[in-house]
Design a binder for this molecule. Structure first.
Ligand SMILES: Cc1ncc(COP(=O)(O)O)c(C=O)c1O
Ligand SMILES: Nc1c(O)cccc1C(=O)C[C@H](N)C(=O)O
Length: 403
């Protein structure tokens, strides 16, 4: 058997033993496409199209404006309850609203505003996804705080009695490295500061325990591993113990205690509703609601195990197929990681364009990173093998000999 056949056969064995294999049926994916970009835009769950037709036809079209009091206005909290179990949150602490960028702004500003006098530093991961750093800089400017970008590995020495809040990514978007949420949260708390976690690349990837770890706020996208659709609204977690003092700056009427009283002054709503701002984005929100239904009965431990298996198998295939040194694996394959494998190559942009032309869809991240994201609900080991074979072909690896 040659190496190609061996890898495909191994993949088939792993897929035959996959307890989540049935979940692929829930998704609409073009036949023949290997889709490895669910860490940027998740694939559409089949049920979303039908739900959208119903929402547009029956709710918007049939009930017209009455729909606001028939489930639309309360959708941000209702859909938040579907995300809560995925992040280890008891009910009443997650709302779906706005974008991740906007929610970072709310959470950071609230944290700085309520920090004790003297705590005026915002610490941010120096390698963070850009929007997090940009927003943190803006919050610093608006609140008179000081922005302190630090590499995550140097975090401990940067914390002190001037730290107000720390903003961190759970999984690094470029390398896929996963940071230690339990240890880092404890470290930040020991320094007397608050921590805001960006869960964009970890929600839907592994069990997360926000309540148990005492996290102070968390945000995340819903259009990646939660498959909510392009531009689907983000979520914001504020634990019950901090909700009364959550002094968020975007005091739109959506977060008012009595929005329809149309009062001249702002009185924040009790509970998580105060994290809202303006009118909810109903069509996207209800598409997300349908997409989240696929998680019912899904065991996150199984999702995690499969994600590690897919990424490990893909990296192993790449190592077997490519001569050493062809690519540099920058994802910590022996350490904590999310569900992506990132490879460095000088011609990464052109290589990814070639792969996409062959219907193997990952993405390129500047300056030289090929990213392959694995979504355990719809990706298979066969996808991983096919992607590695296509990559080897594009990079002109010598034809695989007999194993
Ligand atoms: C870590 C991280 N934070 C934030 C965002 C995006 O935020 P927004 O949805 O506001 O564009 C992304 C992806 O786009 C991301 O990877
Ligand atoms: N949000 C995106 C968009 O609107 C267009 C293209 C890509 C994105 C992304 O989500 C990028 C993604 N956060 C990343 O990790 O690179």
């Amino acid at each position: 058997m040659d190496l190609h056949e061996e890898l495909l056969e191994h993949a088939a064995k792993l897929d035959a033993a996959d307890p989540l294999a049935r979940m692929r049926e829930e998704f609409d994916l073009p036949a023949g496409t290997v889709y490895l970009d669910g860490n940027s835009l998740g694939a559409p769950p089949r049920r979303v199209a039908g739900r959208m037709a119903q929402v547009v036809g029956q709710q918007w079209g049939g009930r017209l404006i009455r729909s606001w009091s028939e489930g639309w206005w309360t959708a941000p909290e209702r859909v938040g309850e579907r995300i809560a179990p995925l992040v280890g949150a008891a009910p009443g602490q997650v709302v779906v609203a706005d974008s991740t960028s906007v929610n970072i702004f709310k959470a950071l500003t609230a944290a700085v505003r309520t920090a004790p006098p003297g705590r005026r530093e915002i610490v941010v991961d120096a390698d963070t996804f850009p929007t997090d750093g940009y927003i943190a800089a803006s919050v610093a400017e608006l609140t008179g705080a000081v922005l302190r970008p630090v590499p995550v590995d140097a975090l401990e020495s940067a914390l002190g009695d001037r730290t107000a809040v720390v903003l961190l990514n759970h999984v690094d978007y470029r390398t896929g490295r996963m940071h230690d949420m339990a240890g880092t949260t404890a470290l930040v708390h020991a320094a007397g500061a608050r921590v805001v976690w960006d869960l964009c690349h970890s929600v839907g990837v592994l069990p997360i325990e926000l309540d148990a770890l005492g996290v102070d706020a968390a945000v995340g996208c819903t259009y990646k591993f939660l498959n909510g659709g392009p531009g689907a609204p983000a979520f914001l977690y504020v634990p019950s113990r901090l909700q009364d003092s959550f002094d968020q700056p975007l005091s739109g009427w959506g977060g008012h205690r009595e929005p329809f009283a149309m009062e001249p002054g702002y009185r924040p709503a009790p509970g998580i509703a105060r994290a809202r701002c303006g009118t909810p984005d109903i069509l996207s929100l209800l598409a997300l609601e349908a997409a989240l239904e696929v998680w019912e009965g899904v065991d996150l431990a199984e999702v995690r195990a499969k994600g590690l298996s897919l990424t490990g198998f893909f990296a192993a295939c790449v190592a077997r197929l490519l001569p050493p040194g062809t690519v540099e694996v920058i994802t910590p394959m022996d350490g904590p990681r999310g569900h992506q494998v990132s490879l460095r190559h000088d011609r990464a942009e052109a290589v990814m364009a070639e792969l996409v032309g062959r219907e193997v869809i990952g993405d390129f991240r500047t300056p030289d990173v090929l990213r392959f994201g694995f979504a355990p609900l719809y990706n298979s080991h066969a996808d991983a093998a096919r992607a590695a074979l296509a990559l080897a072909d594009v990079l002109g690896a010598p034809p695989a000999g007999r194993a």
